[in-house]
Write a protein that binds this ligand. Structure first.
Ligand code: ATP
Ligand code: LTN
Length: 333
């Protein structure tokens, strides 16, 4: 094994990937591939915590894998696989559930939101424990995610510490890696709520595979404010500030620089500029996606699962031993 630290992250194969997912998380996944031992996972077991159609899920998990490859996750440098093909995630999740308090799960805001929308079930309630298991089964040191995952990551840290103090040192305490800019891209229609895959209104988001004209249309219709001045103020001008963030990230320019250039530009023109920058920035991702062959991607995912299983099994042997589940009889001190 290499002496690099391990980075792990996951994305659900529900709905289509939007620029919020990309700017908040996936860009970091790609950037961290060289400095860390990188492990990335399409977390399909998480996707069944809300009502779903198995045929649609089967298709969308492959599409999610393809998009990850298209944005630059490189199977030569990263381990990429489907969570459901590595049963050690679920095994560790069970073990961690026995040291998780109901109070901690009850405080999870995402559970409340999703339960209100989709109905509750035990899996949805226990979702953050499975997420902790995803991270800890690989002994990950760092987890690149958007800032909506902070509460879940805190639980993973707590569970790591609790396990270590109860049963002996086993897991690192994983750190969250969140980008300085882009950690929370907002809805284009309601810029005080985050852009989300599951928002009923498709006009709120821009997908990585949206047609150029759809992208232009979405930005033209983006909600701003009643002033006429382009400046950065998340409180007073959430819509314009969100557009500035998006433009800065897609053009790799600073907010100050953009504000100086566009300060007096009419909102309509500014929105066209942002739309064009996004069309241009997403164009290589679209081409890469449509150039990928489904069978080739399936092969990559099967190979990834085999490697991930071997790796996770190695970690679990030591976890099982700590709990008294040694493979051999009579060997405990
Ligand atoms: P949903 O809103 O339906 O829960 P989602 O859009 O949050 O879905 P996920 O698959 O849950 O999508 O998230 C994948 C990754 O993208 C996570 O790391 C998450 O933190 C990040 N992310 C999601 N939405 C945003 C956003 N609006 N801005 C920045 N990062 C985001
Ligand atoms: N809960 C995350 C997805 C997720 C994840 C993980 C992220 C599941 N397991 C492990 C990082 C590490 C979400 O909803 N975006």
């Amino acid at each position: 094994m290499s002496d690099k630290k391990t980075v792990f992250s996951g994305i659900q194969p529900t709905g289509d990937i939007h620029i919020g997912n990309y700017l908040g998380a996936l860009r970091n996944w790609v950037n961290l591939q060289d400095s860390y031992d990188a492990i990335y996972c399409v977390v399909d077991l998480h996707a069944i915590t809300v009502p779903f159609d198995p045929v649609a899920l089967h298709r969308s998990r492959l599409n999610t894998a393809k998009l990850l490859l298209a944005v630059g996750v490189d199977p030569a440098r990263s381990l990429l696989y489907f969570q459901s093909q590595v049963p050690q995630h679920a095994e560790l999740s069970w073990m961690l559930s026995t040291i998780t308090s109901l109070g901690a799960l009850n405080r999870m805001t995402q559970f409340k939101e999703k339960a209100n929308k989709a109905g509750e079930n035990l899996g949805l309630f226990a979702y953050p424990v499975l997420m902790a298991a995803d991270i800890l089964v690989h002994k990950a040191h760092a987890v690149p995610v958007g800032d909506d995952q902070t509460q879940h990551l805190e639980l993973a840290r707590d569970l790591s510490e609790r396990f270590n103090s109860r049963y002996g040192e086993e897991f690192p305490v994983p750190e969250q890696i969140t980008p300085e800019m882009g950690a929370r891209i907002m809805s284009l229609k309601n810029p005080t709520t985050k852009m989300s895959k599951s928002d009923e209104d498709p006009n709120t988001r821009v997908l990585l595979l949206d047609e150029p004209d759809t992208i232009r249309k979405r930005f033209k219709a983006a909600v701003t404010d009643s002033e006429r001045e382009i400046r950065y103020d998340r409180e007073e001008k959430p819509g314009i500030s969100n557009l500035l963030d998006i433009l800065a990230l897609f053009t790799q320019r600073s907010i100050d620089d953009l504000v100086e250039e566009y300060h007096d530009t009419p909102y309509g023109h500014f929105k066209v500029t942002v739309g064009e920058a996004v069309v241009e920035g997403l164009s290589p991702i679209r081409s890469a996606f449509y150039g990928l062959d489904d069978e080739e991607v399936t092969r990559i995912m099967v190979k990834g699962a085999l490697d991930a299983r071997t790796r996770a099994e190695g970690e679990m042997a030591s976890v099982r031993k700590k709990l008294g589940f040694d493979a051999r009889l009579g060997q405990r001190a």
